[in-house]
Each structure stands twice: as C-alpha cells, then as structure tokens.
Design a protein around this ligand. Structure first.
Ligand SMILES: [Zn+2]
Length: 203
C-alpha cells in the first residue's frame, strides 16, 4: 500500500523521494499503474500533494516524481502562473481532496518565461500568458533580466499569490495543515529542488 504522509513536511519529502528514484533510474510506478487503474482509482482519488507546473512537454510531473495514478494532483499552464482557474483547481485539491502540500514547480529553460521577457508580437492569445510573469521580470531586472532569475522570482511570486489570493489555502497554511513551497525542475538533470522561500511580508 502506498505511503500516506501525516504532515506537510512529510508530503514534500515523499514527493522529493520519488524524484530521487526517477533521477537514479529506480522508478517504481510503471508496473503498478494498470493494476491501480482497475482496482483503486476509477471512483476516487487520494492525492497527497498538488503541483503547479508548466505545460512544457519536458515536465511530466507524475513521471519525474515517480508517483502513480491518483497520487499527485497536477495543474499545468505554460509559465506555471497561478491564474484564477489554477487557484480554483488547487483550492479543490486542498479543500476537497485534502492534499497536504502544494509545490509550485518552475523549470529551467522555460519558453514562456523567455517569451515574456522578449515580449515579442505573438499570434492569437499567447500574450495572455505574459501578464502574470511581468512582476517577476521587474524583480529580476527588467528587459535584460536573466531567464533563470525570472523563473526563480516567478515561482516565489506564485507561492505568494496562492496564499494571498486564496482564503482556502491561506487558512490551511496558517493552521499548519498545508505548506506551499517553491521548487525548480531541471530539464537537463531531472532533479526537482526546493528553492529558498521568501520571507513573509509583514501584515
Ligand atoms: Zn515552461
């Protein structure tokens, strides 16, 4: 039976332990998933962690955390921005499904971040993705900002947005039943690393 973490810290540690198995070529989930699909997850889900990640094809979240069907609640959007719909989805994961941690997972070499920095003319509605990234670009130095630094600032900003924009998330962070943490996925090494958190704002 799969592990059920008791605390937010346990949930984060469990997710990162799966990433270590993935990086070391010791993934375990493949053989279990079809059995789980038939036996356990058709009618219900019990994810222990939620992830806000980029839509980038190199960020297959369940795979890189070596977690199987029903264990990881994933919202993905190019640029991993906490839009209104993303916040609503994560609130569902927290309030209804009871996840104990939300990991905001930016990644290296993110095309959405680079495009937002360039701010070129783009077709259709693609530029809608840029607005949420602009505060991080400002924090990282404006038009000449390093994409890696923008990515880091953007992840930290989204951790702040999730707590400030959501009473559901904020109340559980305050009572200690939920943690929201920033992380970076390295598309070259496969490693998910937690980022140092920003000090909370006064008030
Ligand atoms: Zn990306």
């Amino acid at each position: 039976m799969e592990a059920v973490p008791d605390t937010p810290d346990d949930a984060i540690a469990l997710a990162l332990a799966g990433n270590r198995r993935f990086v070391e070529g010791q993934s375990t989930v493949y053989h279990q998933d079809m059995d789980l699909l038939h036996a356990q997850t058709a009618d219900h889900q019990h994810p222990f962690v939620a992830i806000l990640a980029c839509a980038d094809s190199r960020v297959p979240v369940g795979l890189v955390l070596d977690e199987h069907i029903g264990r990881v609640f994933v919202t993905r959007i190019a640029g991993n921005t906490a839009s209104t719909e993303v916040i609503a989805s994560l609130e569902y994961a927290v309030a209804i499904l009871g996840v104990k941690a939300i990991i905001v997972m930016g990644h290296t070499n993110c095309g959405a971040i680079k495009a937002a920095i360039r701010n070129d003319e783009v077709p259709g509605q693609i530029s809608a993705l840029f607005a949420g990234i602009l505060p991080a670009i400002s924090l990282a130095g404006g038009d000449d900002a390093d994409p890696g630094e923008v990515t880091r600032q953007h992840v930290l900003n989204q951790v702040g947005v999730l707590t400030h924009a959501s009473t559901v998330i904020d109340s559980r962070v305050k009572d200690g039943s939920l943690k929201v943490v920033p992380a970076l996925y390295d598309v070259a090494s496969g490693v998910v690393a937690l980022l140092p958190e920003r000090a909370p704002r006064a008030g």
